[in-house]
Design a protein around this ligand. Structure first.
Ligand code: NDP
Length: 485
């Protein structure tokens, strides 16, 4: 709560939501001094009824989060890859809102748990909102959206005990070997970042850039923390879960409040369109990275967070990030997980916030003009288009399509079918590379963290998981086996 200072005005008269002055906010209206309450105490009824409706559905994933406003500044010219106006000149600034989150826990859950962190950014560009809805990891547990809700169920609560279950986690992961890469990151030091400011953010999916000559490039986005990577050990994190479950939320707020603005350097990896056909990895597989030696990072700009929300509910809880929000010069890719998120994020917001969620102040395009023929619906609280024409084509000057924004065609080939990767062995190479790049002390902690969790689950699941780890790196597998006794 902000303290009252000498410039604050005298308190205004309290009113009902309808604006009528309230004469008494302490004593209900009763029939006689000791009598029951009269139904005509509208102020009381309104208070009780509104209170009952204060909560909106929490996000089914990423429910616990914190956010801040900020600015993106271009530092390097990437106009040869994209015509997106946000990148049109060095020095250009764009306002944004960021929301960080854990994935599995409910809205009141602790910040310092071992979990992936959400890293969602909404850029208010002059050509509409661009949302880069990523995580603090460059990969994900599954590469096909048919598995998404099953995976998330394993992270939630069991139906009978209402408890979280490590058996569900490892059962699923051991049956879905493509998850090993993300599982390795999860049980490494980066599985418990030291708050939100000491972690990287990754767009994770492959997106596309389109330049002024209509050439397409595949692109991966990387936000590198300028505060340096720092993580909690399991022991430090466990202690904070009890002492200060909101540690990361508090840390972000307090840093910004005292002017210690956190910053990230945005980088991209760029792949020319046709290279996707011959590259050794399927560049649209969300369980794989593009090694830096093949696609080095190219600097783009700096994101700085410099303003706390003035109201958490309006600025963060109502913020709706959609990978479907793209702008000219930035587009999608054939990544199956991205294709599903394009639908499911907007769909989740329609359920959570209603059909007009993009008109809420935090979600409104600020620098761009919105011209749609969408009208009406619950909570349409702007002018609803006034008396302007409500259909298209029309003869009355309504907004029209503009073919200048058409994307170049994307070549697609093959038979319609349900495909997995050509060989599952591919799924073990990158987790093995990651294990081998960890310094020895981090390898020790990975083994302790993974082994400690695996120990709690039935033996047949341990054995199935061990077989995958042995394929990724035999020393790593043998060390896990030893840890399991
Ligand atoms: P590179 O040597 O080119 O890249 C290694 C990258 O690994 C680093 O740039 C860093 O990414 C990341 N990394 C470094 N230390 C850790 C750590 N303790 N925990 C997790 N990640 C770490 O090799 P590759 O590109 O071939 O990648 C090797 C492995 O590194 C991959 O299998 C992947 O698991 C992991 N990695 C790769 C990334 C990529 O985009 N290529 C990104 C992140 C992880 P960063 O600079 O982003 O911190």
């Amino acid at each position: 709560m902000k303290k009252k200072d000498k410039n604050d005005k005298e308190s205004a008269t309290l009113t009902t939501a309808g604006g009528a002055p309230v004469s008494d906010n302490q004593n209900s209206l009763t029939a006689g001094e000791r009598g029951p309450i009269l139904i005509q105490d509208v102020h009381l009824l309104e208070k009780l009824a509104h209170f009952n409706r204060e909560r909106i559905p929490e996000r089914v994933v990423h429910a616990k989060g914190a956010g801040a406003h900020g600015t993106f500044t271009v530092t390097n010219d990437i106009t040869k890859y994209t015509k997106a106006k946000i990148f049109s000149e060095v020095g250009k600034k764009t306002d944004l809102i960021v929301r960080y989150s854990t994935v599995a826990g409910e809205r009141g859950s602790a910040d310092t748990v071992r979990d992936v962190r959400g890293f969602a950014v909404k850029f208010y560009t002059e050509e509409g909102n661009w949302d880069l809805v990523g995580n603090n990891t460059p990969v994900f547990f599954v590469r096909d959206p048919l598995k998404f809700s099953d995976f998330i169920h394993t992270q939630k609560r069991e139906p009978h005990t209402n408890l979280r279950s490590q058996t569900m986690w490892w059962d699923f992961w051991s049956l879905v070997p493509e998850s090993l890469h993300q599982v390795t990151i999860l049980f490494s030091d980066r599985g418990i970042p030291r708050g939100f400011t000491h972690m990287n953010g990754y767009g994770s999916h492959t997106y596309s850039f389109i330049n002024a000559k209509d050439e397409r490039f595949w692109v991966k986005f990387h936000f590198k923390t300028m505060q340096g990577i720092k993580n909690f050990t399991q022991e430090e994190a466990d202690e904070l879960v009890g002492k200060d479950p909101d540690w990361a939320t508090r840390d972000l707020f307090e840093r910004i409040e005292k002017g210690d603005y956190p910053k990230w350097e945005l980088n991209v990896q760029i792949m020319p369109e046709l290279e996707a056909e011959t590259y050794q990895w399927n560049p649209f597989d969300l369980t794989k990275v593009w090694p830096h030696k093949d696609y080095p990072l190219i600097k783009v700009g700096i994101m700085e967070l410099n303003r706390n929300p003035s109201n958490y509910f309006t600025d963060v809880e109502q913020a709706a990030f959609d990978p479907s929000n793209i702008i000219p010069g930035i587009s999608y890719s054939p990544d199956k997980m991205l294709q599903a998120r394009i639908f499911s994020y907007a769909d989740a917001h329609r359920y959570r916030l209603g059909a007009n969620y993009q008109r809420l102040p935090i979600n409104q395009a600020k620098a761009a003009k919105v011209n749609t023929y969408q009208r009406d619906g619950f909570m349409r609280f702007d002018d609803n288009g006034g008396s302007s024409v409500i259909y298209e084509p029309n003869s009355f000057g309504g907004p029209k399509q503009n073919p200048a924004y058409k994307e170049p065609p994307l070549k697609i080939s093959g038979n319609a079918d349900r495909y997995n990767q050509p060989t599952v062995d591919d799924d073990f190479i990158q987790p093995g590379n990651l294990y081998r790049l960890l310094p020895p002390d981090e390898q020790d902690r990975l083994i302790k963290n993974m082994g400690g969790s695996l120990k709690t689950v039935p033996k047949f699941i341990q054995e199935r998981m061990l077989a995958h780890i042995l394929k990724a790196d035999s020393t790593w597998g043998q060390r896990i086996r030893k840890e399991l006794g």
